[in-house]
Design a protein around this ligand. Sequence first.
Ligand code: NAD
Length: 546
Amino acid sequence: MTIVSLVTGVGPASSDLVPVGSYAAPLLDALRRAGLTVRERLLPAADAVLVLGAPDPATVALLLETGARGTPVLSVGPAPGLLSDAAGVLAGRVTPVHEVRVRPGPDAGEVPARLAGDLVVREAWPLLDKVADDVEVILTANVAFYDHPVATWRPATGVGLLTVGSLPGTFADPQWQRVVHRLLRHLIGERDADPVRVGVLGYGAIGHEHNAAITLTDGLELAAVCDPNPLRVQAARELTPTVRGHGRGEDLLADDGVDLVIVSTPPNSHAEWTLRALEAGKSVVVEKPFCLTVEEADRQVAAAAERGLTLAVYQNRRWDQDYLALKQVVRSGQLGEVFHYESFLGGYGHPCNYWHSDEAVSGGAIYDWGSHFLDWVMDLFPQPVEWVSATTHKRVWHDVTNADHSRVLVHFVDGVEAEFTHSDLAAALKPKFYVLGTEAGLIGDWRHEKVVQRSPIGTLLEDRMSHSDSPADLQLFRPDGFGGTSQTRLSLPPAPPQPFHRELADQLLSGWPMSVTPEGSRKNIALMQAATASAADGGRPAALPL
Ligand SMILES: NC(=O)c1ccc[n+]([C@@H]2O[C@H](COP(=O)([O-])OP(=O)(O)OC[C@H]3O[C@@H](n4cnc5c(N)ncnc54)[C@H](O)[C@@H]3O)[C@@H](O)[C@H]2O)c1
């Protein structure tokens, strides 16, 4: 277990110097979730010392001794002050607060692995004018077309610096927190574990998405796939020619060259295969829905914990651009207190003729898209659910067993209500999102996009995209004080590259925690189970199973 001694000094959170400890909590929480033991004093037994802000001269003397004895000291903030000499730098002028794009330096090693672009923070930071020859430059940022060191490490004195990290917004930034963790590991000499060898169990439509994401993720390799249909194994080889193929799940679980299994068979077999893979000593990613009952979810979580294995659910839509923007607006408080939330998906058309429309296999219409839309509800609203009510209609598509139309209403203990409607009978569409808060409202309208191309013989080819394949168009409505509303179109954040798979690799290789947890997906299953029970009982309110 890695023990980190924490020393806090003062830092320029605003123009006045304030104790950095007052806004360090998000960083310390994140480091603890990564398995580090953080002790808020200087301990001789520590593996590293993390210094936040500028410490007093007596503490600096102790830190210099600590570094010289071989325990690395990482000083975070724009004022290395009395630690500068030992760090081997001369700190020049401090920039104004501005957007800083932090990039790998010449001695970065593994620190920037899976960073996915620049680390962007708003900070005031000192331009290090001079750096001694034995100083490693790990991260840099550019000012006036010149790269300045942002993170340095001097093994000879045991002192490292991270010069961006003085404002509360930076301390709350998960990407920056992750960089601090990776710097600490680098200074201690901890390296990432070997790449994780992945096996995909069930290489259907979603298998290709996993294959492509694994190919693009540093630290994951696709070692094997298993599907009874040899054409599917062949499909996997088109992208990854070296992959081993198995026809039976048992053979994939017995494959010693597989560390982690992605269970992407149809939903009614998720729990069984996940438990068997965990029993075989493999970590598991299970496709959505996690499973069909909370009892199954609990068994899987317990089995993973017993064996110290990773279990993750592929809640990939937590990173949908429209959901990321909506969540940011809700969390920022711009809507005031959100008390009413509606979401909708559907249209008028025959459901697919495949297992997705077979209640016995898919869990039913509530599970199919509820694994995403109701997962968003549980992610947005952390308060306990008081009851759930759901109704379903079976009126037109009698050749399939999923309901044609379903509506789930979630009532939280504080009176907040959230609804999700899924319909294959909706000739008239509702917006994807309709959210009301005490100060503003938000509508996420479906976009109706076309893809227009020229055919090989020069004629026009026009394809209508399914509206569910485009992020919603988000409009924020604010009262203007004169009885009307002003309307702002929200821009969407860029789609992060392979966010789930990068988090997965981070967790397995360095212990950095994933933002999606099986406990979160268990809440989603509890909600869908209760909604399904309520629908079977004519819509009477049902409590969530414990
Ligand atoms: N996260 C997402 O956005 C997303 C999108 C699509 C599907 N999914 C989920 O992924 C899972 C698979 O969906 P899909 O659309 O790829 O289905 P699919 O039917 O296209 O693929 C399932 C594959 O599993 C194989 N299979 C079935 N039983 C097997 C067994 N015992 N051993 C090995 N292989 C077996 C089938 O031959 C098939 O190739 C489902 O749980 C679905 O809900 C998730």
